[in-house]
Design a protein around this ligand. Structure first.
Ligand code: NAP
Length: 295
């Protein structure tokens, strides 16, 4: 039987509808959650992501600002902007779109964002809180979205063996921290693989739930998946496709056609993890407004 398709767009939409109750409650206190997105340079993919986030804020009734800076912007100029946003009462969440140009030290910038407004969850204070399970810490949007997608699709994580492929600070590592927590969407036994893992297929084949975030188009083939496993494909890769007007199509890190014959359930690309990432960014911005706006 082909795998059940886990529909991230539908789950994301349902969660955004639920979020309206919190947004209305904040509105009754005179608070509109506000998100500032900072985009440095003219990377087209980054510009698209920032546009999508702005559109999602508009649709949800959140205030948002996008600050676009030239690719020659200095680190000092960007740090000054972050300080200004840290002090701006209309702004509850700040995101600095990555990657940043070479002349800027990314860590220095991310560490300057106030932890109280760090809705991407990249500040060490939030990384620490997430790793000890403190709910006031902001959970990075992509792994938080994957966790919610599993919970809301009825995939039980407790007692399962989850294999994560990829150990980035944005996806793989915080994903492992969330799955280890004692609560819904947690209590898993977690293995994390990376580029130095030996015989990766023998590890991925042990997974009850396989989460792939490496940025390599269609890396995971059908034979790397245990029959009946749940497969979550975080990857977003452009693959040349001259038959399309734009010249490319988006594919994940998993060979979807092969995988869906073996897996019990699978997320598509697009329409799987992507919509959940944006939804969780809205959640984090609302959480920031709830936690830190004056009562
Ligand atoms: P990243 O920072 O480049 O990290 C990639 C990770 O994959 C690294 O840990 C690397 O291992 C590992 N890796 C690379 N090649 C490997 C191989 N052959 N075997 C095993 N592990 C390998 O990437 P990222 O930021 O986590 O993003 C990963 C993918 O997710 C990208 O396609 C990105 O576009 C996508 N993404 C999607 C969303 C969304 O909302 N849908 C959000 C974020 C990211 P080493 O550490 O050993 O180098």
């Amino acid at each position: 039987m082909p795998a059940r398709i886990i529909d991230g767009a539908a789950v994301g939409d349902a969660m955004r509808t639920e979020l309206q109750r919190d947004i209305r409650a904040l509105g009754a206190r005179g608070v509109t959650p506000g998100l500032a997105a900072v985009l440095v340079g003219d990377d087209p993919a980054s510009a698209t992501y920032v546009r999508m986030k702005g559109k999602a804020c508009d649709e949800a009734g959140l205030y948002h600002e996008t600050i676009r800076l030239a690719k020659e912007t200095t680190e000092a100029e960007l740090l000054a902007l972050v300080e200004r946003l840290n002090a701006d009462h209309k702004i509850h969440g700040i995101l600095v779109q990555l990657p940043l140009p070479k002349q800027i030290n990314t860590q220095r910038v991310l560490h300057r964002v106030s932890p109280e407004k760090d809705v991407d969850g990249f500040h060490p204070e939030n990384v620490g809180k997430v790793s000890i399970g403190d709910p006031t810490g902001f959970r990075p949007a992509t792994p938080y979205g994957v966790q919610q997608l599993l919970v809301r699709s009825g995939v039980e994580t407790t007692g399962t063996h989850v294999v994560i492929v990829g150990r980035s600070t944005i996806v793989g590592r915080p994903m492992a921290a969330l799955l280890l927590q004692d609560g819904p969407g947690g209590n898993a036994t977690v293995t994390v693989c990376h580029s130095r893992t030996r015989d990766i297929k023998s590890v991925t084949r042990q997974a009850d739930i396989l989460i792939v975030a490496i940025g390599k188009a269609e890396f995971v083939t059908g034979e790397m998946i245990k029959p009946g496993a749940v497969v979550v494909d975080v990857g977003v890769n452009r693959m040349d496709d001259p038959s399309l007007k734009k010249g490319y199509r988006l594919v994940g890190d998993v060979q979807f056609e092969e995988a869906k014959k073996v897996a019990g359930a699978i997320t598509p690309v697009p329409g799987g993890v992507g919509p959940m990432t944006i939804t969780m960014l809205l959640y984090n911005t609302v959480q920031a407004a709830r936690q830190w706006a004056p009562a």
